[in-house]
Design a protein around this ligand. Structure first.
Ligand code: FAD
Ligand code: NAD
Length: 464
């Protein structure tokens, strides 16, 4: 078998792995990256990017439908719009193609040796990669595991045929007339909105009594209201028993009553689990935390010279966390002292309205015994929100009572995802309410709601 040696071997070319490889190579570390499927991983190929493209297309189609129905408050009227779903999927695929080939170019530019093949771990310093039918043994000083995650299937409804994973839902051959979505988490809610707007009848079944458990009721209420208004039917506190083509999805509610939900397709979105099996990881006998590989504050595993990042290390399973961890490991391999201890990993749910959470929640502050002040500013009092025709929602700030240091930001509303940058920066820089309140924010922008929330927490609100 042919052999090569390198300083760093990265297994997995998703946001965690490809960022780690680029950064390490930039710092002069000889780096090999093995990717069995496509560069960009879940996020670029079957996750973040294609889902946001589909959500955008669905919104554009719904806007056109409202205009055709004569209900556009803006006074825009169009003739009957039609959806060419094949073209929508091709447009989405084009974006994915541009971004993944961009990642390939960035890896090449940085000098990373990319092996297009599946890696099997032999020990903490060796893996065998199958490249085009040939096996190549790679020896390394540092092994970085970035193998990501995979969707959880329900035993009574394995993926295939009418039972969709998120990957299937992002490349539909046709629009299901009746879609049942199991799980009202990120994927379930984002895609429920999208499919409803594209024209499907959508029913959601969720085991818990709440949707999006990390978000408090004030944040999720506008999303639930919008779901109901759009005609999505929600069954909370219900468990799914199975599926058959004739009756659809068999559901049991909290009173143990059973009923069936007719469905042409069923999207199962009940979470993702770290990808730990099938490539020799077990042989390393790493310390695990549940199903995830346990890591310390340096992203080091329990074996010296073996690192792990991204979804493989568990929640929160977010692309920007994986990227930041990847950079952190690359710098350490290059000899720089680094730790992964962020103050805030923003979470954005791309529902309609969007939800953003950055830093501590009020519940987390309470549990930590921190005395806080908090204030909300309604988007109904923000000029830009009104000109966008989207006045629901608010921006909320949470700060320490004693010194006004900002601990968290939370927002719900149209377009608030873009406020995540301002939220994260103020928290990481240790800003106080006075810093944000005293910063001139451009008018008219949604950002003014950020400043106004800080002003309000200081008892100095101007526009409410
Ligand atoms: P992955 O992206 O999963 O990449 C792992 C890579 O490793 C894969 O390409 C895989 O082929 C490769 N691999 C695995 N085993 C081997 C092996 N043995 N040999 C070689 N290669 C291997 N996150 C957000 O932050 N924002 C969003 O809006 C968002 N939307 C999402 C929407 C959907 C529908 C889904 C499914 C996920 C979404 N996520 C989102 C989550 C995000 O995609 C993940 O958190 C992110 O991709 C994790 O990156 P990663 O590098 O850890 O793993
Ligand atoms: P999730 O954990 O967000 O939601 C899963 C939901 O399914 C939960 O509400 C859970 O109570 C419910 N559930 C579990 N078992 C069930 C059952 N048997 N019947 C009915 N309901 C059940 O998981 P997801 O939506 O599959 O997303 C997976 C991961 O992908 C997320 O953790 C997130 O990190 C990532 N993601 C992020 C974004 C984003 O950042 N915008 C978007 C999509 C996905």
């Amino acid at each position: 078998m042919k052999e090569i040696s390198t300083r760093l071997l990265v297994i997995g070319g998703g946001p965690g792995g490809y960022v780690a490889a680029i950064r390490a190579a930039q710092l002069g570390v000889p780096t090999v990256l093995a990717e069995g499927a496509r560069a960009g991983g879940t996020c670029l190929n079957i996750g973040c990017i294609p889902s946001k493209a589909l959500i955008h297309a669905a919104q554009a189609f719904e806007t056109a439908r409202l205009q055709a129905a004569g209900t556009s408050p803006l006074g825009i009227r169009v003739q009957q719009p039609a959806l060419d779903l094949g073209q929508t999927v091709r447009w989405k695929d084009g974006i994915v193609q541009r971004l993944t080939s961009g990642v390939g170019a960035l890896l090449r530019k940085a000098g990373v040796q990319v092996l297009a093949g599946w890696a099997t771990i032999e020990d903490g310093k060796t893996a065998v990669v199958q490249v085009g039918g040939e096996a190549l043994r790679v020896r390394c000083e540092h092994l970085l595991l970035a193998t990501g995650s995979e969707p959880v299937a329900l035993p009574s409804m394995p993926f295939g045929g009418a039972i969709w994973s998120s990957t299937d839902a992002l490349s539909p051959a046709g629009l299901p007339r009746r879609l049942v979505v199991v799980g009202a988490g990120y994927i379930g809610l984002e895609l429920s909105f999208a499919y409803r707007k594209l024209g499907s009848e959508v029913t959601v079944v969720e085991a818990a009594q709440h949707v999006l458990p990390r978000y408090d009721e004030a944040l999720t209420r506008p999303v639930l209201d919008a779901l109901k208004k759009s005609g999505v039917v929600l069954h909370l506190g219900c468990s799914v028993q199975g599926w058959d083509e004739r009756h659809g999805v068999h559901v049991r509610n909290a009173n143990a009553d059973e009923f069936a939900l007719p469905a042409d397709k069923v999207l199962v979105a009940v979470g993702r689990r770290p990808r730990t099996a099938g490539f020799g990881l077990e042989g390393l006998q790493l310390t695990m935390q549940g199903r995830a590989v346990a890591v310390d504050a340096r992203c080091a595993t329990s074996m010296r010279g073996v690192w792990a990042i991204g979804d493989l290390t568990g929640e929160p399973m977010l692309a920007h966390r994986a990227m930041a961890q990847g950079e952190c490991v690359a710098e350490q391999v290059a000899g720089r002292p680094r730790r992964f201890e962020p103050m805030a990993i923003p979470a954005v749910c791309f529902t309609d309205p969007e939800i953003v959470l950055s830093g501590m929640t009020p519940d987390e502050a309470r549990a930590a015994g921190v005395e806080t002040v908090q204030a909300s500013f309604p988007l109904a009092a923000n000029g830009r929100a009104l000109t966008l025709g989207a006045e629901g929602g608010f921006v909320r700030v949470l700060a320490r009572k004693g010194d006004h240091v900002i601990l968290g930001w939370h927002a719900v509303g149209h377009g608030v995802a873009e406020l995540a940058a301002a939220f994260g920066q103020s928290i990481e820089m240790g800003a106080r309410l006075e810093d944000v309140a005293g910063t001139i924010h451009a008018h008219p922008t949604l950002g003014e709601a950020v400043q106004e929330a800080a002003l309000r927490a200081l008892g100095q609100a101007l526009h409410v």
